[in-house]
Design a protein around this ligand. Structure first.
Ligand code: FAD
Length: 440
């Protein structure tokens, strides 16, 4: 069997890795349009410093996959303890928000605590994300933090988003919230209290190490965009932008579903076409800002729910270890801004976006003055966050079933169109490869 994998991001590499030693598979080719593999797990070097597409930290509740990832990192790893904050009314509140309510003003604290303890939404079934926040955290925590922050990331009405993501948001024990309101901070989201990060090279060094574990049955072909995909009898034929045509017995597609249907040369049934059309996602602008001095102290990520500030999160990259610090006294911040196609932010010029980011850093007093900015550089990435609207599940199921009947199996964050982090991507690739092997 000859397998073609479309896309050389983490899911493409993982799928090849889990399939490579099977005797029924003669060869595997990974076709990647960029010059290097990694997709969203690429890192970029600016003035000697590596940065990711949003800092990619390694953590998981899936012990087997976490151990697997740590093993791939090998010696190149730092284990770090989370130090994240939420910036609310000019104060830094420990993350997760509900674990340090005592840091709020008395009015806000009472509002959060009372509406958590006497919650009229508690017994209602939560059919959307907003209803889930109200039911689980009460009105105060929802209105002050969860809703404005999530509005900023998703830029989509939370009452029209489904609850698929809720297992990522652990329900806080009642005692913890009462303690936190009484000045005894507690730790929430324990599965990511400690995390791993490559000691040097950014998250792409993890990808490089992973690619190094592929054997001679696997070819990673970069700088090779797939521009056509056609079903022919029992085979799939693909063509790349370099004019190369190849036939495969099976295709695993990890490229965004929209890109897949764009290159697919057979007729899509109308209902599948409509489902693809209805899928929603956000893009991201990632800015690197090197500053003479910042006021984030020893914190790593700071969530910013304030709607007047363009970014939703700022991370201080120096936190990640000495290889992410410049030799001078400057520090390096990363600001993230999500946007949807044709939105106001999408239409903004690079200069305007950069000016808005610097204005946000100044207004929040994360920096004392714009004069302290040594340099800023931004990049845009189209596919960043899958939006799980109320029709999402039905749509991805229909699309996945159709392609699987065509011997085109979908895998990965935008391949399956699901909110998957790195650990889930590797788990899905492992499961998919087991299914493939069983059916050879
Ligand atoms: C801002 C942000 C922060 C994140 N932070 C974390 C984190 O802290 N921890 C964590 O675990 N996860 C994090 N993630 C998630 C993580 O990035 C993804 O789960 C993972 O990288 C997805 O891998 P993938 O291979 O499925 O998709 P991708 O990385 O998107 O790979 C798809 C590949 O297909 C290629 N491609 C597309 N079209 C074609 C074509 N026509 N021909 C050939 N190739 C093509 C692309 O170039 C790309 O390389 C984050 C994601 C984002 C956006």
């Amino acid at each position: 069997m000859k397998i073609g994998i479309l896309g050389g991001g983490l899911s493409g590499i993982s799928t090849a890795y889990f399939l490579q030693n099977n005797k029924g598979i003669k060869s595997i080719e990974i076709l990647e349009k960029e010059r290097e593999p990694g997709g969203l797990c690429r890192s970029f070097n600016i003035n000697g410093l590596y940065y990711d597409i949003g800092p990619h930290i390694i953590f998981s509740t899936d012990k087997e996959i976490l151990d697997f990832m740590i093993n791939i990192l090998g010696e190149n790893k730092n284990k770090l303890k989370r130090s994240n904050k939420i910036f609310y009314k000019n104060k830094f509140i420990k993350y997760p928000f509900e674990n340090e309510l005592s840091a709020l003003s008395e009015v806000d604290r009472e509002y959060c605590l009372n509406t958590f303890l006497n919650n009229p939404y508690e017994n209602h079934e939560a059919k959307n994300l907003l209803a889930y926040f109200l039911k689980t955290f009460g009105e105060g925590i929802t209105d002050i933090y969860l809703k404005p922050y999530n509005d900023k990331i998703w830029k989509f009405d939370l009452s029209l988003m489904d609850t698929q993501m809720i297992d990522r948001i652990p329900k806080p024990p009642k005692e913890d919230i009462v303690k936190s309101a009484n000045g005894i901070p507690t730790e929430g989201y324990l599965h990511q209290l400690y995390f791993y990060y490559p000691r040097e090279g950014g998250i792409n060094s993890f990808i490089k190490s992973f690619v190094g574990k592929l054997n001679e049955n696997v070819r990673v072909i970069t700088d090779s965009a797939v521009i056509e995909l056609q079903r022919m009898n029992n085979k799939c034929k693909i063509k790349t932008d370099k004019g190369v045509s190849t036939e495969y017995d099976l295709i695993v597609s990890t490229i965004p579903i929209q890109s897949l249907t764009g290159i697919y040369r057979s007729n899509l049934p109308e209902d599948v076409r409509k489902s693809v059309h209805d899928l929603k996602y956000n893009s991201i602008i990632v800015a690197i800002i090197n500053v003479k001095k910042d006021n984030l102290d020893g914190n790593f990520a700071v969530m910013v729910p304030d709607k007047d500030i363009i970014f939703h999160r700022v991370s201080k990259l120096d936190f990640l270890g000495s290889c992410y610090c410049r030799k001078d006294d400057s520090s390096t911040l990363m600001a993230e801004v999500t946007f949807s196609k044709n939105s106001f932010i999408d239409q903004m010029s690079v200069i305007d976006v950069e000016a808005k980011i610097i204005e946000g850093l100044e207004n929040s007093q994360f920096i004392d003055s714009r004069e302290h900015v040594n340099y800023i550089e931004t990049r845009r990435f189209e596919y960043a966050y899958v939006i799980c609207d109320l029709n999402h599940k039905k749509n991805v199921e229909r699309i996945g079933n159709y392609f699987s009947d065509q011997k085109i199996l979908l895998c990965g964050r935008f391949g399956e169109f699901k909110y998957l982090n790195m650990d889930a991507v590797i788990r899905h690739a492992k499961t998919l490869s087991e299914i493939i092997v069983k059916n050879i």
